[in-house]
Design a protein around this ligand. Structure first.
Ligand code: UT7
Length: 343
């Protein structure tokens, strides 16, 4: 029997128009463009400034673009999973809110929180529904309004994060294209190094948690850095070995965009060239769940059927993984269409 794989058949994206530069950030906290570029590799990031707008609004823009690009009617979508760490509200799921705003009425869906690996975990979960034959048009979203949990008094975390959203369509494919393999891991002991202290059932919001600034991201950079380099490289190299992928036959490596030094160290261990690495970190920073779909969105024009791609992510949890994709369509045919201009 021919194996059904889940293939990405379209990509949509959205970044808010406001650009927070390193220069502007240097007037808010004690930092500099030189330090941020040298230690992280970020020049600027996008911020959703508009009052009353949330993660779901950026995701809605990305999904609407995805539906236009793939010629899909909202009622044809039968599932939507949203990878997110900054949901609009604790409940209901942001996936439900996106469906309502887009007009997706015949789908079920839910959120997935795996820190910066949320999109990859959502993608792999969604692929199983497609492979089983039960779902034919599945939208996978990665979206985060990181500015809602960043402390702009904290120079350790404020340079890193930005806002954005991306979305892909997954459909069944029997031609050998699509998601071929995945390796996924969690290690909950890593939770101590990267988390949001208050606002959950452990420490519900009080005046004290607010005064102590515990509703923002808490990160111990160095242990996270070390674990990210070791584990992202490990799952990426294992994936290459499992499928005889090399410098010669890998088209693109798509890493989570947390730190240029983590990306370069991982690429070095994989034995690949910098031009094989999708990079958006310099202009968008770390958009958490949105980094991977935004990379695919930016590089879609250069993707052809049969291209070998490895995605790898690492984030809070710790949660990390990699997946191997054989790209399924000619990206230049849609990405170069002026109707789908990037904002
Ligand atoms: O996406 C989720 C997963 N997250 C990650 O993958 C992040 C992993 N970690 C990192 O990327 C890095 O650890 C950071 C970018 C967070 C920090 O870079 P680092 O090279 O590890 O710096 P550090 O925390 O060791 O700090 C080195 C020095 C310190 O000064 P002293 O103690 O040496 O005098 C910091 O106070 O740099 C100082 N520093 C800064 N200086 C200027 C820290 N942040 C800044 C800043 N501007 N923004």
């Amino acid at each position: 029997m021919t194996k059904i794989r889940a293939a990405i058949t379209g990509v949509g994206g959205y970044v808010p128009p406001y650009i927070l530069t390193n220069e502007e950030l240097s007037r808010m906290v004690d930092t500099s463009d030189e330090w941020i570029m040298e230690r992280i590799g970020i020049k600027e990031r996008r911020i959703l400034l508009e009052e009353g707008k949330a993660t779901s609004d950026m995701a809605t823009e990305a999904v609407n673009q995805l539906l236009r690009k793939t010629g899909t009617k909202p009622e044809e979508v039968d599932m939507l999973i949203c990878g997110v760490v900054t949901p609009d509200m604790q409940f209901p799921a942001t996936a439900n809110i996106i469906c309502d705003k887009v007009g997706i009425k015949n789908a079920f869906g839910y959120d997935m929180n795996a820190g910066c690996s949320s999109f990859l975990f959502a993608l792999i979960t969604a692929s199983k529904f497609v492979e089983s034959g039960t779902h034919k048009k599945v939208v996978v979203v990665g979206a985060d309004k990181m500015s809602s949990i960043v402390d702009y008094n904290d120079r350790n975390t404020s340079p890193i994060f930005g806002d954005g959203a991306g979305a892909v369509m997954l459909e069944p494919c029997i031609d050998g294209y699509g998601i071929i393999d995945s390796i996924m891991h969690v290690d909950g002991s890593g939770r101590h190094h990267l988390h949001q202290v208050a606002g959950g059932s452990l420490r519900p919001a009080t005046f004290e948690t607010i005064l102590r600034r515990q509703h923002f991201i808490y990160q111990e950079g160095q242990p996270v850095f070390k674990a990210a380099v070791a584990n992202m490289a490990d799952v990426s190299v294992r994936m290459m070995e499992r499928h005889n992928l090399t410098y010669e036959n890998l088209k693109y490596f798509v890493p989570h965009q947390a730190n240029m030094r983590i990306i370069e160290a991982t690429a070095k261990r994989m034995g690949i060239d910098k031009k094989q690495v999708m990079l958006t970190i310099t202009k968008y920073g770390n958009t958490t769940s949105a980094t991977i779909p935004l990379c695919l969105w930016e590089y879609e024009h250069d993707l052809k059927p049969g291209d070998n791609i490895i995605i790898a992510t690492f984030g809070a949890g710790f949660a990390w993984g990699s997946c191997y994709i054989k790209w399924a369509y000619d990206g230049s045919a849609v990405a170069d269409n002026p109707d789908f201009d990037k904002k």
